[in-house]
Design a protein around this ligand. Structure first.
Ligand SMILES: [Zn+2]
Length: 496
């Protein structure tokens, strides 16, 4: 994340960035140029007293604000080269929030034209040039823009996220915009999201594939006396205790901070807000390393109902996310009930289980898949499995809460054996799962079905199976109270 720095009015002392380990910042080349009329361009690192990576925006956002910035596209490219920026942006034409489809289309075409012109003018190949994707809320235009810009050799691509969209919490539109951009752009190049805003939404945009972003929210919120946390925003005026223990919050109390002069208060709040953003980034990276980013998304939906909608929209793109989700992870996943049904690993299982070669005409033995995994190692299942597994005419399947049917052959594959789940005891959940298990059994056209029935799930499954087809003869056996050895003997006796 690049903290956005006003080149003419820096609130934070650059020493703080060094101490906090912040290695990249972003500033605005257009505002820098305008603030120094008549002065020759100077190394941006020297101007900002910052030795790390400096990215410069071109002033496109100012076009959006004022309609026109009085600087030519070629001029701003040359200026960024002269100030020795590390990452530069061409002067694109932002679509904004209020454009209709026709104007959006025009901004896409005009940005492509400007991109071609800029690429001809660029002399400094050591600068990473950013190609902005336009289209605003018009998803078809975003898709077209991504394909067109993706054909051009930019090192980084960027998507403009209209501030109004964030403020109105229209995360559903934002999701469609990012997905449309990701689908059109080359996957080997990073995608930057302009103006990403609040730390609480970072996990969502990272999950959607945004690799980089910049944020001015830390400073804008501080100006209005707002304290950022990963769960939302708090008003400094209302805080009794700081939940954070960063170097700022550890040394002062909310009361003491409130009594400070405005500039000092703003500076301290900005620093905390910035550290809150970077702390969130650490949490996200650690979640990625552990394979738990989706769990973080589900967790975050409880911070704000708008995030529930955010995730609900992301879920609609689960099949796309599934393509880029590792098939094996260092740790198992969590299934928190219905909300987790659409996580990419579940989508993958539901899709891939239909590819398993079918062994039709056998006797299917349905065993309860309990908390112990792999399911066949459950001490109540093991004696039955060991006597049945090698019989050529028997197929074993576990009926489970998170996955519905789990054929014995897949019992030890990821993430089946490594999923933590909980039983909500909701009748509708049992019925839904029973329906999936019954559909699976029907596909096997079994000669016989033995249902080792347990609890309400077993009851729902029995009902579902007997209603499924008349040909399906279900032999029900109560698991509770009977010994596994006796159950398996009675199954073997009745095998045809
Ligand atoms: Zn803090």
């Amino acid at each position: 994340m690049f903290p956005v720095v006003d080149p003419n009015l820096p609130i934070i002392d650059p020493k703080f960035y060094r101490e906090a380990g912040i290695s990249a910042i972003m500033t605005n080349a257009y505002l820098l140029k305008r603030g120094r009329p008549g002065q020759p361009p100077k190394d941006i690192h020297e101007t900002l007293d910052f030795k790390g990576t400096v990215a410069t925006d071109s002033g496109a956002y100012q076009i959006l604000e004022y309609g026109h910035v009085g600087v030519r596209p070629a001029e701003i490219v040359a200026y960024q080269e002269k100030i020795d920026t590390d990452i530069g942006v061409i002067l694109d034409l932002p679509t904004g929030f209020h454009s209709d489809a026709r104007r959006a289309g025009w901004t896409v075409d005009e940005t492509v034209r400007r991109a071609d012109e800029a690429l001809k003018r660029i002399k400094r190949k050591d600068i990473l040039w950013v190609g902005p994707v336009q289209g605003g809320i018009h998803i078809k235009e975003v898709a077209r823009s991504a394909i067109e810009m993706g054909k051009r050799p930019f090192s980084i691509y960027a998507l403009g996220s209209p501030t109004e969209l964030m403020e109105a919490q229209r995360f559903d539109v934002l999701v469609d915009m990012i997905v449309a951009a990701k689908k059109g752009l080359p996957h080997s190049r990073p995608l930057h999201l302009f103006g990403a805003g609040h730390p609480s939404m970072f996990p969502f945009i990272v999950a959607l594939g945004c690799d980089m972003f910049d944020s001015a929210a830390y400073a804008l919120y501080a100006r209005r006396g707002r304290y950022l946390t990963s769960d939302g925003t708090q008003e400094l005026a209302e805080i009794e205790e700081f939940s954070c223990m960063c170097r700022i919050c550890d040394r002062t109390t909310p009361g003491e901070m409130r009594r400070l002069d405005l500039p000092e208060k703003e500076q301290l709040l900005s620093k905390h807000n910035l550290l809150a953003c970077f702390s969130e980034l650490r949490r996200i990276r650690e979640a990625i390393r552990r394979g738990h980013l989706w769990d973080l998304l589900e967790h975050r939906t409880y911070a704000n109902p708008a995030f529930k909608k955010f995730l609900a929209k992301i879920v609609q793109h689960s099949p796309f996310l599934e393509r880029f989700t590792p098939t094996v992870k260092p740790r198992g996943i969590s299934h928190f009930g219905k909300a987790s049904d659409d996580r990419p690993e579940m989508v993958r299982y539901n899709e891939r289980k239909s590819r398993i070669p079918m062994e039709r005409g056998k006797a299917v033995v349905l065993l309860p898949g309990r908390w112990r995994r792999p399911y066949h190692e459950d001490p109540r299942n093991l004696p039955m499995v060991s006597k049945l597994a090698n019989r050529p005419n028997v197929s074993i399947c576990f009926y489970t809460i998170p996955f519905g049917p789990v054929p014995m052959e897949l019992d030890e594959t990821f993430p089946l054996a490594q999923t933590e789940s909980f039983d909500s005891h909701e009748p509708t959940m049992y019925e839904e799962r029973a329906c999936q298990v019954a559909a699976w059994v029907k596909r096997l056209s079994p000669k016989q079905v033995f249902l080792v029935s347990e609890g309400e799930y077993g009851g729902a499954l029995r009902k579902e199976l007997s209603g499924a087809t008349r040909q399906l003869k279900v032999i029900g056996i109560q698991a509770k109270g009977s010994k596994p050895d006796l159950i398996v003997d009675s199954i073997i006796r009745r095998l045809r």
